[in-house]
Ligand binder design. Structure first.
Ligand code: PBG
Length: 325
């Protein structure tokens, strides 16, 4: 039974019929907009490899957060650039830190906007690694202690969701315990569970000034060749108390998003990272691709693979375009 009985083109004849049978319906509901907060006042410094994205002081950041909320974006995720970096990333877990102040300011300005914080040391350490270093080695357990402190300081500032991105073992359990003991049982954990050691983070490291000063992140982030290991990482984080899990980057790992979606009944997030954004922007600026069409296609494909939450630097454009449809 095939042609002429079956004519799949019947269901593609008009936008009305295509819309009726559409399997994936992209919406703004799962968008998370990443933002970079720096010290000072009135500061907005463009990130050259990420057109449209900037490092901003709290006052400017709040203005943009309001704009995101007005566009219908439900959540932002914050990354901090401290005043001073040191060996232990001390400014990452003080109450007066940039992220902590930004969380407070955004919560006050737009209480309905969800504020997610990235929990990691690499933006705050002078060596640029995601943990404490001894003899050029990233130590797991002492790092986990500091990450838990950081998550708690974010919760105290008002973050509703904390997102550990360091890839240390056992950090979700440590964060959960720290939050619960301090009375923040309602703060959710979105763990970067399957975070790969990727070349696509390049532009982010310019934005967050977080490039490692020696070596690379292969001793803690995942090997791009491994898929089964991602399922193990996700299972462990869920066991430790993660509420939502993330796969990162998105496009080179759509198969991982799909496998995780099939295997676990929890909300799955995907991070469409800085390098993925930069490639689209560069090609669009050269007139080589139709930016709107490509961005919508990418967003749809990430959702089709199984992610209901998408962290993307395209969030504001997507919100505008999706509204117009
Ligand atoms: C911190 C962190 C990174 C990203 C998110 N959190 C960088 C890294 O691991 O080097 C990357 C996000 C992006 O590229 O957009 N560990």
């Amino acid at each position: 039974m095939s042609f002429p009985t079956h004519r799949p083109r019947r269901l593609r004849r008009s936008e009305a019929i295509r819309c009726l049978v559409r399997e994936t319906r992209p919406s703004t509901a799962g968008l998370v907009y990443p933002m970079f907060v720096c010290p000072g006042k009135g500061v907005r410094v463009d990130v050259s490899s990420m057109p449209g994205i900037a490092q901003q002081s709290v006052d400017k950041l709040v203005e943009e957060a309001r704009e995101a909320a007005d566009l219908g974006i439900p959540a932002v995720i914050l990354f901090g650039l401290p005043e001073h970096k040191d060996e232990k990333g001390s400014e990452g877990y003080i109450a007066s830190g940039v992220v902590q102040r930004a969380v407070e300011a955004i919560r006050k300005a737009r209480p309905e906007l969800l504020v997610v914080t990235d929990v990691c040391l690499c933006e705050y350490t002078d060596h640029g690694h995601c943990g404490v270093i001894k003899n050029e080695e990233v130590l797991n357990d002492p790092t986990v202690e500091l990450l838990a402190e950081m998550a708690l300081s974010h919760a105290r500032a008002g973050a509703q969701i904390v997102a550990p991105s360091d890839m240390m073992d056992g950090r979700v359990a440590a964060i959960r315990k720290k939050l619960d003991v301090a009375g923040f049982a309602d703060v959710a954990i979105l763990s970067y569970a399957a975070k790969y050691c990727s070349g696509f983070y390049g532009p982010f490291r310019e934005a967050a000034q977080s490039a490692p000063q020696f070596g690379d992140r292969r001793s803690y982030q995942m090997d791009p060749a491994n898929a089964r290991e991602a399922l193990k990482e996700v299972a462990l984080d869920l066991e430790e108390g993660a509420d939502m899990i993330m796969v990162k980057p998105a496009l080179p790992y759509l198969d991982i998003i799909h496998r995780v979606r099939e295997a676990f009944d929890v909300p799955v997030a995907a991070y469409n990272v800085s390098g993925e954004y930069a490639m689209v922007k560069a090609a669009a600026q050269n007139g080589w691709i139709d930016e709107k069409r490509v961005v919508l296609e990418i967003f749809t494909s990430i959702q089709r693979a199984g992610a209901s939450i998408v962290l993307t630097y395209h969030a504001k454009d997507l919100a505008r375009w999706l509204k117009a449809c």
